[in-house]
Design a protein around this ligand. Structure first.
Ligand SMILES: Cc1ncc(COP(=O)(O)O)c(C=O)c1O
Length: 370
């Protein structure tokens, strides 16, 4: 067989550490996947069961109510007005990220390259691979922004799209979205801006690429992180009129439909900002707590990120750190190489677990160093 063989799923590779962490009294504390554990607001859960939207097929582009709620949120949050026609629904942003290169390649068959940050969420690269396209990582500057000047002219000429992610997973760094939009326009390359962590921006205010104008750019948002709805699978994209119209049409043919009750829940979530503030405080205090705990345990200060809910910790060998933390703290974390070869000297800690579980890790680590 010489066809496509899916590589091991990154988080499945942690299974070898699980027997170590499972053996702890109280079991594994999973700080590897960035999956929210805190509850969504009750009104959102209520909307899931009372929308009456389960009988008929939901509109693939999103219900008028969902697109309107997304539009209002963008206006409220960033003071940008996006016409409702330029907004479409996603079944969470992962499917959008992983399928986008196929649709972009069908639209522009003479281009074949997907540009993405060299240290990043693995689905940017995987989407290119699944489309039979060329994934080309863009080098990062020491401050975590992409080094756009390092993109070679021949790669830019072949590029179907550029991904930018700010605040970024795994580093939490804030990228220069204006510069990304400018680069895309100068090179005729659509820029897709994954902004799923924007509500968790710790230094300065959260930004969208749409503030640089809608032409040639698309912002991608998700309710998974903002409203603890990863299990409901709903998000949206918004931006350039022509790109959004094309994607809406092609995604209709594929049957990309967010279930009606999920769309109703997303409306309730987008209309409410209070729960986001509560969640911000939770992540903020867990980041501070875990940075302190891991700093004391390892003897090396742990820096707080500019955004998102991960600690991105430099170390000699990410796997070795992960194994040590599994043995001493019964916690699972992600070796940095999950996010690209340049991440191998790091480890990523997701502060998603409830406070009592985070405290459990703190207690175990304190006991291990006594
Ligand atoms: C950068 C980034 N983009 C997209 C996603 C996908 O989120 P969802 O599909 O739940 O919207 C994640 C999830 O961890 C992420 O970290």
């Amino acid at each position: 067989m010489n066809g496509f063989v899916p590589p091991p799923y990154p988080y499945d590779r942690l299974d070898r550490l699980r027997p170590i962490t499972d053996a702890f009294d109280g079991g594994t504390v999973d700080l590897s996947i960035g999956t929210p554990f805190d509850p969504p607001p009750p009104a959102v859960v209520e909307a899931l069961s009372t929308s009456g939207a389960e009988r008929s097929y939901p509109p693939s582009i999103g219900t008028p109510a969902l697109r309107d709620a997304a539009r209002n949120w963008i206006e409220r949050r960033f003071a940008v007005d996006v016409p409702i026609a330029q907004i479409g629904a996603t079944i969470g942003s992962k499917e959008f990220v992983a399928t986008l290169p196929q649709w972009m390649h069908l639209r522009t068959p003479d281009r074949d390259t997907v540009l993405f940050p060299a240290i990043s969420y693995p689905s940017y690269e995987m989407g290119a691979i699944l489309a039979g396209c060329r994934p080309v990582p863009v080098a990062m500057l020491p401050d975590g922004r992409m080094d756009l000047d390092s993109i070679r002219a021949d790669d830019a000429a072949r590029a179907l799209l550029l991904w930018v992610n700010s605040p970024g997973n795994p580093t939490g760094a804030l990228d220069d979205l204006d510069a990304a939009a400018r680069w895309g326009r100068a090179h005729g390359v659509p820029v897709f801006s994954d902004e799923c962590y924007v509500e968790f921006t710790w230094t300065g205010r959260g930004r969208t690429i749409l503030e640089a104008g809608l032409d040639g750019v698309v912002a991608v948002h998700s309710l998974s992180k903002r409203s603890n709805l990863a299990g409901v699978r709903v998000g949206f994209y918004a931006g350039d009129a022509e790109l959004v119209a094309y994607l809406q049409e092609v995604r209709k043919h594929v049957g990309m439909m967010v279930p009606g009750p999920a769309q109703a829940a997303a409306v309730a979530a987008l209309d409410d900002d209070e729960h986001v503030e509560v969640q911000r405080q939770r992540y903020r205090s867990r980041l501070e707590q875990l940075a302190g705990v891991l700093g004391r345990w390892s003897g090396v200060d742990v820096a707080l990120p500019a955004g998102a809910f991960y600690l991105w910790i430099p170390t000699d060998d990410g796997w070795e750190y992960a194994e040590r933390l599994a043995r001493d703290g019964g916690a699972l974390v992600s070796p940095g190489e999950f996010y690209g070869p340049d991440g191998s000297g790091f480890v990523r800690v997701a502060v998603v677990q409830p406070d009592d579980r985070v405290q459990l890790v703190a207690d175990r680590l304190a006991a291990s160093t006594r």
